[in-house]
Design a protein around this ligand. Structure first.
Ligand code: SAH
Length: 472
């Protein structure tokens, strides 16, 4: 992973003083997860470039994974993009390699600190989360950067696979080095969806310190803060409060949630109330089933778990999800850390994938699989079916999925597009019923299908649920 900083300030070699790195030296710094190398690929009075080559060692990363404070996704530690893209590790490297420059100190040439230099930054590869190019621009442009983005294709040999989520990024601005480094320090991890750090109060301090003088007035500040703090709303809220101490900004938590979800489409937001309804129906059906030990598969942020905790009947509630970040979020939203030991004992959250057989899922009374199946690739569906019906095999299974016929009702979708960017397929009522009945026949479950939400003529309800009961 390469980050270059170039200046055409006269003399351009001043960059060496400012960043405290001698242009003739190749220097290496140890990080907890690899090394950062510093060198100058070009140095002249007209134009000087310093390179930061971040060499992340995946093995070190596996070792330091315990810092995450939980059992991680084993394979994910080895198979990931961390060595190749600008990620939260870049912030660590910047602060380790350029500590004085970041704090606005320059021993030999203090007068340079406040000089705005023509600077150009190029980042070989940065991954854009859902907001894509627009999000990168939204973060950098208001600070005055000229943003150049080139998107990589997934594989040049297979152009039909389309674009990847990776871009090379070029930023140009006339600015002090301290400002530049603090912008990069905050904004690179804010774009990174797989941050390596464990977010705690300390992160608020770092964010406020590095954001001093610019974050407060940034039009996307709520989103930057929220993304930097892995969307943990209580921390984000505190950070925003601290940032605006003395100011009258009066932002409510709901507004914040709303703002941090600007990447969600309008239809997604309208669906929230439908989703609450769906979860209530699922929770009621689980109570009715008499289950005591229940699974919430693809539990997401734990909204269903929150409802289930209210029912004493459920002695053990297991939430599994493939996304580690979302589990962290679930823990935060459920206020897990503040729960009594007895309450904590009822819950078990772990990472796992529904397309691999998993012994931890065996022996439960019931399982809920709410709005998850449509996120699975169709060619992994058989694996999922076996994991759920054959190996986990709970007595009751409640599974919900959108009804595709209803999509014409969401204006912007026009009946064509799916409701969510990550949906791999959506089923009509008949497709869903055929699939469910087929499963029932194969694995000896009776099947009942219910609509969720208000039904419209000819298209049914927005969502649909199948209840599978073993052996009757
Ligand atoms: N059931 C939750 C979340 C639905 S969103 C709710 O109703 O609020 C779909 C969830 O499925 C996401 O959290 C996603 O991370 C998870 N998911 C996707 N593929 C998965 C897989 N193979 N195994 C487990 N979870 C998966």
């Amino acid at each position: 992973m390469l980050l270059n900083i170039t200046t055409t300030h006269k003399p351009a070699t001043d960059l060496g003083y400012l960043l405290h790195k001698h242009p003739d030296k190749f220097q290496t710094f140890d990080l907890s997860v690899g090394k950062a190398h510093i060198f100058y690929p070009e140095k002249s009075e007209e134009r000087t470039t310093i390179s930061l080559l971040l060499d992340i060692d995946p093995i070190d990363m596996v070792r330091s994974a315990r810092n995450l404070g939980g059992e991680g996704f084993a394979l994910g530690h080895y198979v990931n993009d961390r060595s190749y893209v600008a990620s939260s590790f870049m912030s660590v490297a910047l602060s380790k390699v350029f500590p004085s420059a970041m704090n606005g100190r320059c021993k030999d040439r203090p007068e340079l600190v406040d000089v705005k230099l023509p600077l150009e930054v190029s980042i070989a590869s940065i991954s854009a989360p859902k907001g894509g190019e627009a999000l990168i621009r939204k973060f950098f442009e208001p600070l005055g950067y000229k943003v150049g983005l080139t998107r990589f294709t997934l594989d040049k040999k297979f152009p039909e696979w389309g674009d990847s989520k990776y871009f090379s990024l070029k930023l140009t601005h006339t600015i002090t080095t301290k400002e530049l480094l603090s912008h990069l320090y905050v904004l690179i991890p804010a774009l990174d969806n797989d941050k390596h750090y464990f977010v705690s109060e300390d992160e608020i301090e770092k964010l406020l310190q590095k954001g001093e003088g610019w974050l407060k007035d940034h039009p996307a500040r709520e989103q930057i803060i929220s993304r930097y703090l892995i969307n943990l709303h209580s921390l984000s809220r505190r950070a925003i409060e601290r940032l605006s101490e003395g100011d009258e900004i009066g932002i409510t938590e709901d507004e914040l949630v709303e703002k941090s979800e600007t990447e969600k489409s309008e239809t997604e937001r309208r669906r929230e109330t439908l989703h609450d309804k769906r979860l209530r129906i699922v929770a009621n059906k689980l109570v009715e089933s008499g289950a005591e030990r229940v699974l919430d598969l693809g539990c997401g942020e734990g909204k269903l778990i929150r409802l289930l905790l209210k029912e004493k009947q459920f002695a053990e509630i297991v939430g599994m999800d493939v996304s580690y970040n979302i589990l962290l979020k679930a823990k935060e939203k459920l206020h897990f850390d503040e729960m009594s030991p007895r309450q904590k004992e009822r819950i078990n959250l772990f990472q796992g994938s529904l397309t691999y057989r998993d012994k931890r899922l065996e022996g439960f009374d019931a399982a809920a699989v709410v709005e998850v199946i449509e996120h699975l690739d169709l060619d992994r569906l058989t694996a999922f079916e076996r994991v759920l019906f054959e190996f986990a095999g709970p007595r009751t299974i409640l599974l919900t999925t959108p009804n595709k016929e209803f999509n014409v009702m969401w204006e912007k979708l026009g009946g064509e597009v799916m409701r969510h960017g990550d949906h791999r397929f959506e089923w009509t009522r008949k497709e869903f019923a055929d699939w469910a009945n087929n499963m029932g026949g194969m694995y000896n479950y009776s099947v009942e299908i219910l609509p969720i939400g208000d039904e419209e003529e000819n298209m049914g309800a927005p969502s649909q649920m199948a209840i599978f009961r073993y052996g009757n």
